[in-house]
Design a protein around this ligand. Structure first.
Ligand code: BDP
Length: 327
C-alpha cells in the first residue's frame, strides 16, 4: 500500500506541468504568463518586454510565453492556477488578490490613496515591499506593482455627480467584498462578474454599468453599451505581477534574481506606456461621443466610504497611519 502510494506520488510529480517546464526542458525555462487584456495593452506589452530582457540576458534560456485576452481564464482562476503551479505567472489587478493577503488588501480600499503619486510612493516604498511578502503564505511571489490609474463609474442610465445619483442602479465590480460594500455605501447595488463577461452584462441590462479606467473602457468597447463616465476616481488599485511559489522554489537563486530584476524593468516600462495610453484613450472615448463628467465633488463619496476604511483598516492601524503619512 505504502509502495503504491509512493509510485502514485512519483507519477503525479512527472505529469505536473511545473516539472515539465522547469526540470525536463534541459534547463530551458518557459514562464507561462496570463493577462485578461489584449496584445497591445500596457501590462501585456510590459510583460513581453520583461520576456525579451530575460531572453537577452540568458541567451534564450529563460523566456516568457504570454496568454493574453483571458485565454487561461478569469483573474480569479489564473490566480488559483498560479498558486497551484499550473502556470508560472499571472498579471492581475490587486482587487482579486485581496483575499489572499489582508494587509495588502488595504490598497483596495476606496480613497486610500490621495493620488497616483501617493500610490507609487506607498507601493514602491517600505510598506509595499513588506506587504508583498504576505503573499508567500498563499503560494504566490509578488514581483512588482504596475499602474492602472484610477477607477471611475460609467453607466447607461444617467450622469452621476453624487452618491444620490447612484441610487437604484446596479454596477459590476471585481471579485472582492470591499467593492460590493463600497457600491452599497453609495446606495447602489453591486454584483461581482468576471471581466470578460462585463460587456454582455451591461448590454443585456443585468447591470447598468461598471467602474474602471479609460483604457479599459475603451479597449473593451464598454462605451458601446454605456454613455456617462463620471470621473469619481474612487479606487486607485494597482496592477500586480505574481509568480507561482511552487515554480519559484524549483528555480536556482541566480534565476530568481534575474526574474526579480526583469520584473522591476517591466513595471517601469508599464508605467511609461500607461501614462500615454490613459491620455489617448480618454480622447478616444470623447471622440466616440462618450459623455465625461470631470468636475465631480469627491467629498460626499469619500465621506460615504469612511466606515469601510475603518472596518478593513481596523487590524492594520500601523499600516493605515504609514500610508497616510507617506507623501
Ligand atoms: C482592469 C484591470 C484588470 C481587471 C479589470 C476588472 O487592468 O486586471 O481584471 O480592470 O475590472 O482595469 O476586472
Amino acid at each position: 500500500m505504502k509502495k503504491r502510494h509512493l509510485l502514485y506520488c512519483f507519477f503525479l510529480f512527472l505529469i505536473h506541468p511545473i516539472h515539465q517546464t522547469i526540470c525536463l526542458a534541459d534547463q530551458n525555462i518557459v514562464i507561462k504568463s496570463s493577462d485578461v487584456h489584449g496584445e497591445h495593452y500596457p501590462t501585456v506589452e510590459a510583460v513581453r518586454y520583461m520576456g525579451e530582457l530575460l531572453s537577452n540576458w540568458t541567451n534564450g534560456r529563460i523566456t516568457i510565453k504570454i496568454f493574453p485576452n483571458g485565454k487561461l481564464g478569469s483573474e480569479k482562476d489564473t490566480l488559483e492556477q498560479t498558486r497551484q503551479g499550473y502556470i508560472e505567472m499571472t498579471r492581475v489587478s490587486l482587487g482579486p488578490v485581496g483575499k489572499y493577503a489582508q494587509g495588502l488588501n488595504v490598497f483596495n480600499l476606496p480613497f486610500i490613496f490621495r493620488s497616483i503619486e501617493h500610490m507609487y510612493n506607498v507601493v514602491d516604498g517600505e510598506i509595499g515591499t513588506t506587504l508583498l511578502l504576505e503573499l508567500e503564505q498563499a503560494g504566490l511571489i509578488g514581483l512588482c506593482f504596475m499602474d492602472s490609474g484610477a477607477r471611475s463609474f460609467y453607466n447607461s442610465k444617467r450622469p452621476i455627480s453624487s452618491p444620490e445619483d447612484m441610487k437604484g442602479l446596479k454596477f459590476r465590480v471585481m471579485n472582492n467584498p470591499i467593492f460590493i460594500e463600497m457600491i452599497q455605501a453609495f446606495g447602489a447595488k453591486a454584483v461581482s462578474i468576471p471581466f470578460s463577461e462585463t460587456y454582455k452584462a451591461i448590454q443585456s441590462g443585468a447591470v447598468d454599468g461598471a467602474e474602471n479606467n479609460s483604457p479599459t473602457v475603451f479597449t473593451q468597447k464598454h462605451y458601446e453599451v454605456t454613455k456617462y463616465f463620471s470621473i469619481t476616481e474612487h479606487l486607485i488599485v494597482p496592477e500586480i505581477l505574481v509568480f507561482s511559489k511552487i515554480a519559484w522554489d524549483y528555480l536556482p537563486a541566480v534565476d530568481k534574481e534575474l526574474i526579480k530584476k526583469a520584473a522591476i524593468e517591466c513595471s517601469i516600462k508599464e508605467r511609461e506606456l500607461w501614462k500615454k495610453k490613459e491620455r489617448i484613450d480618454l480622447e478616444n472615448l470623447k471622440e466616440q461621443g462618450f459623455i465625461i463628467l470631470d468636475d465631480i465633488d469627491k467629498e460626499p463619496f469619500i465621506a460615504a466610504t469612511q466606515a469601510i476604511r475603518e472596518k478593513y483598516g481596523a487590524g492594520f492601524k500601523v499600516i493605515m497611519n504609514k500610508i497616510e503619512k507617506t507623501k
